[in-house]
Design a protein around this ligand. Structure first.
Ligand code: ADP
Length: 179
């Protein structure tokens, strides 16, 4: 068998992490098992490539309008922002349900009365690892995190990462669609 015949196979094994190659040494076995290679891969996946567009409401909108936005935008979590797109709170489905079972007029209660507010909002940055976000979702027992960017006014909302995004990553990994 010639070197040229083997080269594509060696390239695949190198890309997969089973082999490594060094000039003048040639190919050698990295010693990594399949599961070590999989966890190496998982530990490189960043929020950046898997986030969704955030759905935000202004802190002054009513609970009624927030409920309408949640239905129209088909999301389970809304991020509440001020005039500068700085995050001030989070609204989940249950927050809105809880407010709805009271006797108050939903069109006259602003969301900032019922939201989970800063500094209690759990967030992440675009270059954080997906696995760390998954850990936060489990620990805090929540469905979504805002992806934020630090500015001199506070944390600006730039994305959204949910349990659905993480489930999609799992499927993509199983189908070998993540390099
Ligand atoms: P639901 O209550 O609809 O099941 P969650 O489990 O996401 O949805 O929310 C549970 C509680 O945690 C709610 O009171 C909500 O305001 C709060 N919450 C949701 N996301 C966050 C977050 N990223 N940071 C802090 N609190 C959050």
């Amino acid at each position: 068998m010639t070197r040229a015949t083997l080269r594509p196979d060696l390239a695949i094994l190198t890309m997969a992490g089973y082999l490594d190659a060094r000039p003048r040494v040639g190919y050698f076995y990295t010693g990594k098992t399949g599961s070590q290679l999989l966890s190496d891969k998982i530990n490189k996946i960043q929020v950046n490539d898997h986030q969704s567009i955030p759905v935000v409401v202004h802190e002054s909108v009513s609970v009624y309008d927030a409920i309408c936005t949640m239905f129209l935008e088909d999301v389970g979590t809304l991020f509440v922002v001020d005039n500068f797109s700085i995050i001030v709170g989070v609204l989940s489905r249950k927050d809105l349900l809880r407010a709805s079972i009271g006797k108050q007029e939903l069109t006259s209660i602003p969301v900032n009365i019922i939201m989970t507010r800063m500094p209690n909002v759990t967030f992440c940055f675009k270059d954080d690892l997906i696995i760390d976000v998954a850990q936060k979702l489990i620990e805090k027992q929540i469905d979504a995190l805002p992806v934020v960017k630090k500015t001199d006014k506070g944390y600006e909302v730039i994305g959204r990462i949910t349990k659905t995004n993480i489930t999609k990553v799992l499927v993509a990994l199983a189908r070998d669609e993540i390099i």
